[in-house]
Design a protein around this ligand. Structure first.
Ligand code: ADP
Ligand code: ASP
Ligand code: MG
Length: 414
C-alpha cells in the first residue's frame, strides 16, 4: 500500500464537473488500496479575482497580512467542495485548511516559507480510511496569522506534505501532460520530457516555467520527493523529477524558459566607491524585494558606475519608490526603470561539459535581429534580457537552434 499525495491546480478544479473528475481520480486511487491525500488550489480565476478586489479597494496600498486573509479564501471553497464530491462517491473524506494541518510558516506575508508541517491529524484520518483533502497555498505563522506561499504555491504545499508524510509519490496534476522542452502554448512543437533532473527543473522553474513553483522543486530536491507532473484530464506517464544521470548529461540544452514578469532598473552615474552596492541592495532587501540579475559597469572616463538589475514586475514600483531617496543621497545621476522586458534562458546539465552554447544562442538571436540587454550565466544555464515584444520570437528561434523539437539522439552537435 502506497501513500500518494495528489495535487490539482486551478484549471483542474475550475468547474463542478472537474471537481467531480478529481474526486473520481482520488477515489480510484483509494479503492486501488492507496492512502490518498489531495492538495488543491482555488478554482481557476478565483485567486486573480481576490487579488483584484484587494487592489481595487486599496489602490495598491494595503496590509500584506490582510491581503493573505483575503486571497487564502479561494482554497477553502475548493477543499470543501472536493470533500463533498468524494463523500458523494461513498468514501469518507475530511478537509483541512493550512492552519488546521498545520503548515507553520515565517511571517513574510504573500510569499511565506514553510518551516514545518505538523501532519499527525492527517495520518490519523488515513488510518481511519479517509481521503484527506488539504488546502494548498495556505500557512499560519507563529502568531496565528494566515499566510500564503506566493502565486503557484500549492505545488509547494503538496511537496512539503509529501516530504512530511514520507509519501511514495507526489503527483502534480495540471492542464498539460508533463514538463516540456518549453511552454507548449508558445511553441506547439515542444516535446514532453519523460524525466527531468531536479536541478534542471529548479533552473527552469526559477527562470519562469510556471508549471511548478520554484520552492516546490527546492523541497523535492532536498527531501528527494519523487514528483510526477501529469494531466488531470487524460491518462499518461507524465514527467518524473529525478536525480541526474549520464543520459541527461549527453543532452547539451534540455529546455528553454522565459519570464515576462521582470522589470529592469538602472542607477546611473553612481560614484565608484565601496558600499554603493551594499546600499542599493541592502535597501531592497530591507523592503523584502528580491533582486535577480545584476550588472555593474564602470565608465573609464568619468569613474562613475552604472548598476542595472531586475526585480519582479509586481515589486517594480515599490523598488523605485524605496530607492529614490537613498540613490539621490548617494549622489547618483539618475534612477531609470523599464518594465517592458523579458528574460529568456537556455537550461541543461550537459552545459557543464559542452562548450559553444552561448555562441549558438547569441547567433540565433542575432539572426532575428533581437538585441540583448543583459546576460547572465551559471553552470547549467544562460539567460538574456531582451525587449518583451521579441520574447516569443526568441523562444521559438532558440527552440529551433538547439533542435529541441527533435529526439535527443537525432540532434546535430556543433
Ligand atoms: P496549475 O493551475 O495546474 O498549477 P499552472 O498554470 O500553474 O497550472 O502551470 C501549468 C502551465 O505551465 C501550463 O499550462 C503551461 O502553459 C505552463 N508551462 C510553462 N512552461 C512549461 C513547460 N516547460 N512545460 C509544461 N508547461 C509549461
Ligand atoms: N491559488 C493560488 C494561485 O493562484 C495557488 C496555486 O494555484 O498554486 O496562485
Ligand atoms: Mg500552478
Amino acid at each position: 500500500m502506497s501513500l500518494i499525495v495528489q495535487k490539482y491546480g486551478g484549471t483542474s478544479v475550475g468547474t463542478l464537473q472537474r471537481i467531480r473528475n478529481v474526486a473520481a481520480r482520488a477515489v480510484a486511487a483509494h479503492r486501488a488500496g492507496h492512502r490518498v491525500v489531495v492538495t488543491v488550489s482555488a478554482m481557476s480565476g478565483e485567486t486573480n479575482r481576490l487579488v483584484a478586489l484587494v487592489d481595487e479597494l486599496s489602490g495598491g496600498n494595503y496590509s500584506q497580512r490582510e491581503y493573505d486573509v483575503v486571497v487564502a479564501t479561494g482554497e477553502q471553497v475548493s477543499i470543501g467542495l472536493l470533500a463533498i464530491a468524494i463523500e458523494g462517491l461513498g468514501v469518507p473524506a475530511r478537509s483541512y485548511q493550512g492552519w488546521q494541518v498545520r503548515f507553520v510558516t515565517d511571517s513574510v506575508h504573500a510569499k511565506a516559507r514553510i518551516l514545518d508541517v505538523e501532519a499527525a491529524n492527517i495520518l490519523a484520518d488515513l488510518d481511519q480510511g479517509r481521503i484527506v483533502v488539504v488546502a494548498g497555498f495556505q500557512g499560519v505563522d507563529a502568531n496565528g496569522a494566515v499566510t500564503t506561499l506566493g502565486r503557484g504555491g500549492s505545488d509547494t504545499s503538496a511537496v512539503a506534505l509529501a516530504a512530511a508524510l514520507n509519501a511514495d509519490f507526489c503527483d502534480i496534476y495540471t492542464d498539460v501532460d508533463g514538463v516540456y522542452t518549453t511552454d507548449p502554448r508558445v511553441v506547439p512543437k515542444a516535446r514532453k520530457l519523460e524525466r527531468v533532473s531536479y536541478e534542471e527543473m529548479l533552473e527552469m522553474a526559477s527562470l519562469g516555467a510556471k508549471v511548478l513553483q520554484t520552492r516546490s522543486v527546492e523541497l523535492a530536491k532536498k527531501y528527494k520527493v519523487p514528483v510526477r507532473v501529469l494531466s488531470s484530464l487524460e491518462e499518461g506517464t507524465g514527467t518524473l523529477l529525478t536525480e541526474e544521470d549520464e543520459l541527461m548529461e549527453q543532452v547539451v540544452v534540455s529546455a528553454i524558459a522565459f519570464n515576462r514578469d521582470e522589470a529592469k532598473i538602472t542607477v546611473l552615474g553612481v560614484p565608484d566607491k565601496p558600499g554603493v552596492a551594499a546600499m542599493i541592495f541592502g535597501t531592497l532587501a530591507d523592503a523584502n524585494i528580491n533582486v535577480d540579475m545584476i550588472v555593474q559597469n564602470i565608465s573609464a572616463q568619468s569613474g562613475d558606475t552604472d548598476v542595472t538589475f531586475t526585480v519582479a514586475k509586481g515589486e517594480y514600483k515599490q523598488a523605485l519608490a524605496v530607492l529614490k531617496d537613498p540613490v539621490a543621497a548617494m549622489g547618483a545621476k539618475n534612477l531609470l526603470g523599464d518594465p517592458d522586458i523579458a528574460k529568456v534562458s537556455v537550461v541543461g546539465v550537459g552545459m557543464r561539459s559542452h562548450s559553444g552554447v552561448a555562441q549558438r544562442m547569441f547567433k540565433a538571436l542575432s539572426r532575428d535581429n533581437i538585441n540583448i540587454r543583459m546576460i547572465s550565466t551559471s553552470e547549467i544555464k544562460i539567460s538574456v534580457v531582451i525587449d518583451e515584444k521579441y520574447m516569443e520570437l526568441a523562444v521559438r528561434s532558440l527552440h529551433e537552434a538547439f533542435e529541441l523539437d527533435k529526439d535527443a539522439g537525432d540532434r546535430v552537435r556543433d
